[in-house]
Write a protein that binds this ligand. Structure first.
Ligand code: UDP
Length: 379
């Protein structure tokens, strides 16, 4: 009956469903939650403010094809994300840049360090904090230690439960040190949030006569792997299965539990029009939470109050909270490889997305990957 079965109605599943359906295939999408859009899911809260239920999701890409593809399913609210970090009692721009330098250190010292940066790096260059720490220049070493201590070390300990040297350097490299004065969080050509939200965008993607969506449905209840065969509703399924969930769950955790990091999301309504000086303020060194997001600074709303979200990172425990981030320790990556090798035995299963591929994908990365998978499979 179905050519394609997709487990998970997040961004990866929705883009693949749309592509296959548009090419005449019958697609079944199975989603455990009662809503689509995965962790991009957003909704209007009681104050009429569009909130991101699973933490702030900001779309940004340099890829015009992805921008154009998604623009077929949503209008945009152009929005260039800004983040500040609360350092030594005041919020300063993040990623750390030349403006931040002038705000956190006395002028003569800041000028000296700025000169050292500009002598050693081209204006506009982005470097990772771990790279800056390797510098042989004494002034830059001082600066690197300062930035590492004030911005990266304790935030990373809170966020991951690990120091930066215990996880892949690619994680902290997401937030570079910028030799420049651009205070935005991302530097991509296209930056925006879907005007009516990600939930509406994903609904539009899967709104097609060839797509059937089953919400509130755990894939274990309708599907089973036996030997190297897939059974769907107790019958052998010969089509293609696209799996976007945690890979260890597909194989009953036979090689162990893949670690994911979770976050306790605590929303609060505050009786003031504006709460903080930027849409997101990070707290690397103070409090148990990592950051506060104020949603009406992302999606404007004319309300007398405001909604904020404090994020408290925690261990992921299946059934108790949600998996948000794969944890890139050496052991975890080795365990994932065992699952990926197991998956390779199944000719007709493809793993796609942040959870299933154990990758720190951004939204545009997921869309790119889904479009590439479709192109490969549709050959
Ligand atoms: N990071 C940090 N301090 C900050 C911001 C980020 O140490 O103020 C590190 C931290 O390890 C974090 C990583 O950089 O997990 C990636 O940050 P990003 O803002 O990309 O995280 P996301 O928004 O995906 O949670």
């Amino acid at each position: 009956m179905f050519d394609i079965v997709i487990i998970g109605a997040g961004m990866a599943g929705a883009v693949l469903a749309e592509r296959f359906a548009a090419h005449g295939k019958k697609v079944l999408v199975i989603e455990r939650r009662q809503h689509v859009a995965g962790n991009c899911y957003d909704e209007l809260d009681d104050n009429g403010i569009l909130i991101h239920k699973y933490g702030p999701h900001l779309f940004h890409t340099d890829d015009a094809q992805i921008w154009e593809y998604l623009s077929r399913f949503t209008d945009w609210h152009v929005y260039h994300h800004r983040v500040k970090a609360f350092i030594d009692g005041k919020p300063v721009p993040i990623p750390f840049n030349l403006n931040t330098l002038q705000e956190v250190l006395p002028r003569s010292l800041a000028n000296k360090l700025e000169d050292a940066l500009l002598e050693n790096y081209e204006y506009g260059k982005k470097i990772s904090i771990l790279e800056l720490k390797q510098s042989s220049n004494k002034d830059l070493q001082f600066l690197a230690d300062f930035v590492y201590e004030k911005i990266f070390l304790h935030y990373t300990e809170k966020q991951w439960g690990l120091t930066p040297d215990k996880i892949s350097g690619a994680v902290t490299a997401r937030v570079p040190v910028l030799i420049g004065r651009d205070d935005r969080y991302f530097y991509d050509r296209f930056q925006a949030v879907p005007k009516r939200g990600y939930n509406v965008l994903v609904k539009n993607l899967i709104d097609h006569k060839n797509i059937k969506l089953l919400l509130n449905t755990d894939f274990h209840d309708v599907m089973e792997l036996r030997g190297e065969k897939i059974y769907l509703f107790r019958r052998k399924f010969k089509g293609r299965l696209i799996y976007t969930g945690q890979l260890d769950e597909l194989f009953d955790k036979k090689f162990g539990k893949l670690p994911y990091r979770s976050v306790d999301m605590k929303f609060e309504t505050i009786a003031t029009e504006k709460f903080q000086s930027a849409p997101v303020v990070n707290y690397p060194n103070n409090y148990d939470f990592t950051r506060i997001t104020e949603f009406k600074q992302i999606h404007p709303a004319a309300t007398p109050c405001t909604t904020i979200l404090r994020e408290y990172p925690q261990e992921y425990v299946m059934g108790r909270n949600e998996p948000y981030y794969p944890i890139f320790t050496e052991d975890a990556v080795a365990m994932y490889k065992k699952y990926a090798d197991e998956l390779a035995n199944f000719q007709n299963i493809t793993a796609v997305g942040r959870l299933a591929e154990y990758r720190y994908y951004d939204i545009d990365d997921v869309v790119r990957r889904a479009l590439d998978v479709f192109n490969d499979l549709n050959d």
